[in-house]
Design a binder for this molecule. Structure first.
Ligand code: TXA
Ligand code: MG
Length: 315
């Protein structure tokens, strides 16, 4: 059921049930992070392998303390600047965090969502919420309550509707590695914004197919219809023009039916493009097509994270 009752969602969560929740990045599949049964249920509903750890969500920076063994200064600086918001920090975990959450790692991923509904919900609870994106493992992340309902609607009791996600990309994941600040997943906070606060950082967000490494598996966010990156013209030699879908940044392609195309932002606005990305991939995936051809964005600002998702969808 889709609804707007935060109190009802809080009740279900207190009783150990799962609820899909809105955040500014993507919708999450939430359960009590301290309740091992609820956490296992998240893995099974999502069909997610248990080696892939979960992010815990808290209402504010002050509440992080209980769940971490230390808070390195540089990461605290990022927390002060970007939380609440689309940032996830990897911090040494305290003994309150179940092993299942971190997949045995000594670091826990923590995020403070800024979405008002998520904020309201988290403030009503006295435990953190474990929440991966509310999609079946490997598929495109949901950016609306309807997206969640399409795939998980019959598996969970409630989807808390907070409208379409305004960021539209998952959080940027940052931690420390041998004393160096490291970005493990490009996301809603651009690298440039992070570096403006703490200087040059290491980026390890790419091409990992090692399930133990943080960030994500290489093939991810994938539509069912094959997605390729490149110029439409090259594919027109092999596929009929009405069998190709196009995901472009600013301009429609003249040769392809308009109903089979999505332009992420005609004005070239990265925020708008990020907001539209996953819904556009879903739309194209719903059409009877043989192929989706996606165009990369300039490698700057949120364009970098969008390209990362497109490359993974193509992998
Ligand atoms: O924006 C977001 O981060 C959304 C919303 C719902 O908060 N959540 C999200 O969760 O994207 P998920 O589970 O789809 O992706 C979390 C990523 C995974 O790739 C996981 O491997 C990594 O974070 N991760 C979680 N805990 C970790 C840990 N302790 N160490 C390393 N990586 C971790
Ligand atoms: Mg995910």
């Amino acid at each position: 059921m889709i609804g707007k009752y935060t109190k009802y969602a809080a009740d279900l969560l207190r009783r150990g049930q799962l609820v899909a929740i809105p955040t500014e990045t993507v919708y999450g599949l939430a359960g009590n992070a301290l309740d091992v049964k609820a956490v296992s249920e998240i893995f099974s509903v999502k069909q997610r392998p248990s080696f892939d750890p979960l992010i815990i969500h808290l209402p504010d920076v002050a509440s992080i303390e209980a769940y971490v063994a230390a808070f390195p200064d540089a990461l605290l600086e990022l927390a002060r600047k970007f939380m609440p918001g689309p940032l996830t920090l990897l911090l040494p975990r305290s003994s309150l965090i179940p092993d299942l959450i971190t997949a045995g790692s000594d670091r826990v991923a923590i995020r403070i969502p800024s979405h008002v509904v998520a904020q309201n919900l988290l403030h009503q609870l006295d435990f953190p919420l474990a929440a991966p994106s509310a999609n079946p493992f490997g598929y495109i992340s949901p950016t609306s309550a309807e997206h969640v309902a399409q795939q998980l609607g019959d598996k969970i009791p409630y989807i808390l509707d907070g409208g379409p996600c305004v960021v539209g990309l998952e959080s940027t994941i940052v931690g420390m590695e041998q004393n160096e600040i490291t970005v493990y997943r490009k996301g809603g906070i651009p690298l440039e914004a992070i570096e403006a606060v703490i200087g040059k950082v290491k980026v390890r967000a790419h091409s990992t197919s090692n399930p133990n490494a943080p960030g994500m598996l290489k093939s991810h966010y994938a539509p069912r219809i094959p997605l390729r990156i490149g110029e439409v013209e090259t594919f027109l030699k092999k596929f009929p023009k009405d069998r190709i879908g196009v995901l472009s940044f600013r301009k429609f392609k003249p040769d392809i039916p308009k109903a089979h195309q999505v332009c992420l932002s005609q004005s070239g606005d990265y925020k708008e493009a990020a907001q539209n990305l996953f819904a556009s991939m879903r739309y194209l995936d719903s059409l009877a097509l043989d192929l989706i051809v996606a165009e990369l964005l300039p490698e700057e600002d949120l364009g970098t994270a969008i390209n990362d998702r497109l490359r993974r969808a193509a992998a």
